[in-house]
Design a protein around this ligand. Structure first.
Ligand code: NDP
Ligand code: 2IT
Length: 442
């Protein structure tokens, strides 16, 4: 049995019942094979055994009270996966589906994504199975304060710096920051995605979506194509989806779909983002309301956006939302490029289908790294006690995404196939972390 196979078996045995985590591990192990085979140093230093086992897995009770005065309990998580190249860094997800497998897959992928940014950030992730939908402001605040009451003892500006993810935006980060400050009595950049009045960075809200479109643009250009005039299908209608749509439209593309967990809209005239932002960011409503407000739009309460003919597909909702059948439909309809805004949105079979059909495919670790990259820039600004302009941050983001594209593309050329960006991103991300781990000993 090869070293990779041995590690794969032992990771699977030790993490039974964690399908998302194993999906993420399998992809990395398979794609970094040429690197591992090229040098015994990785096996000698047990790099694969160490990189697949989190430094620390924290699980805790989160008690809170609902508006009727009932005591409720959720489970909180923080997985501190790897800090070889910097403090643990990664978002917090609040969604009823959250479990150990999901937080571990997200934390594992974050190691490689954060490495690709070129910035000094390690990998971590956290969250809770708390469902924010339908909760009052007071209930959200109570939950966030209780969550931070426990989390505070495990994090710090130089230790572990959480941020947003599904269900966690500026409002939740604000409540958590306030509670951290109250408990620790320090004013430090312990969270990113903060409000602009208390240490947040301009362009962090936009960063993941903008970064996604910047790297897709880089990928298209390298293939002699231009995003201008292309039709774009986007899933989701949250933070990533909204700002990906805004930047795609700004670069001359037409975005025709958005979705949420209840259904999806198709607008042949191009999505009107002012309406989406009012529904989602202001009223916290459902995407269905878009079709009630915009005459050119149609609403579907079943199926997925991928049935719509498009040149670019940007899955920006959640893991495994785009499967083999969706990939086949997109390919049949002539899709040119896919960029993963969400984390692991395409199933393994879907990725294989896109790659076999010769489609341009940019995987999440590279494609959505703009968010965490600007989080790292927020950490820099906090440490310097300075605030940069929107333009400065956006220019840096553009440079970082270009750098990620180049690193991914160079590693693909060196170790796999020139346009195998899945292998390229995993290998480029792995090499830096592995070198740091080896240099630092056990
Ligand atoms: P938001 O909470 O702002 O939005 C999530 C969107 O996805 C909503 O439209 C939501 O619909 C939909 N969605 C979530 N879960 C499901 C589900 N199980 N089935 C169908 N639709 C679902 O989150 P973000 O935009 O921040 O995150 C979206 C994705 O991007 C996630 O995979 C996240 O990990 C990833 N990501 C986020 C980054 C960030 O900076 N925020 C950075 C990098 C990646 P509904 O409202 O109905 O639940
Ligand atoms: O998946 C991700 O990269 C995020 N949710 C953002 C993490 C961060 O620390 O900004």
């Amino acid at each position: 049995m090869s070293y990779i196979e041995e590690v794969r078996e032992s990771v699977a045995a030790r993490n039974a019942g964690q399908p998302e985590f194993m999906q993420a591990v399998d992809e990395v192990l398979l794609t970094i094979k040429p690197v591992i085979d090229s040098d015994p140093v990785y096996k000698h230093n047990a790099v694969l055994e160490r990189i697949t086992e989190p430094d620390r897995q924290i699980m805790f009770r989160v008690p809170w009270t609902d508006d009727k005065g009932n005591m409720r309990v959720n489970r909180g998580y923080r997985i501190q996966f790897n800090n070889a190249i910097g403090p643990y860094k990664g978002g917090l997800r609040l969604h009823p589906s959250v479990n150990l497998s999901i937080i571990k897959f997200l934390g594992f992928e974050q190691i490689f994504k954060n490495s690709l940014t070129g910035l000094p950030i390690g990998g971590g992730k956290g969250g809770s199975d708390f469902d924010p939908k339908g909760k009052s402001e007071r209930e959200i605040r109570d939950f966030c304060q209780s969550f931070m009451t426990e989390l505070a003892r495990h994090i710090g500006a130089d230790v572990d710096v959480p941020a947003g993810d599904i269900g966690v935006g500026g409002r939740e980060i604000g409540y958590m920051y306030g509670q951290y400050k109250r408990i620790k009595n320090v004013y430090e950049g312990v969270l990113t995605g903060k409000g602009l009045t208390y240490g947040g960075s301009l362009a962090r809200t936009e960063a993941t979506g903008y970064g996604l479109v910047y790297i897709v643009d880089n990928m298209l250009r390298a293939d002699g194509k231009d995003i201008k005039g292309m039709t774009v299908a986007i899933s989701g209608s949250g933070n990533v989806a909204i700002y990906a749509a805004q930047k795609a439209a700004a670069l001359g593309a037409k975005v025709v779909t958005m979705s949420d967990s209840n259904g999806w809209v198709y607008d042949k005239n191009g999505i009107n983002l002012d309406v989406v932002r009012d529904i989602k960011e202001v009223k916290r409503g459902r995407i269905k309301e878009y079709a009630e407000r915009v005459k050119s739009a149609e609403y579907h309460d079943s199926g997925k956006v991928w049935v719509v003919k498009c040149d670019i597909a940007l899955p920006c909702a959640t893991q495994n939302e785009l499967d083999e059948n969706d990939a086949a439909t997109l390919i049949k309809n002539g899709v040119t490029a896919i960029g993963e805004g969400a984390n692991m949105p395409s199933t393994t079979a879907a990725i294989n289908a896109f790659q076999s059909a010769g489609k341009l495919f940019m995987p999440a670790k590279a494609a959505n790294a703009g968010g965490v990259a600007v989080s790292a820039l927020e950490m820099s600004q906090n440490s310097q006690r300075l605030a940069w302009t929107f333009q400065e941050v956006d220019d840096k983001l553009k440079g970082i995404m270009k750098g990620i594209f180049e690193k991914t593309s160079d590693a693909a050329k060196a170790y796999a196939k020139a346009t195998d960006y899945v292998s390229g991103a995993n290998i480029a991300g792995f090499l830096k972390v592995a070198q740091a781990m080896i240099a630092q000993g056990v």
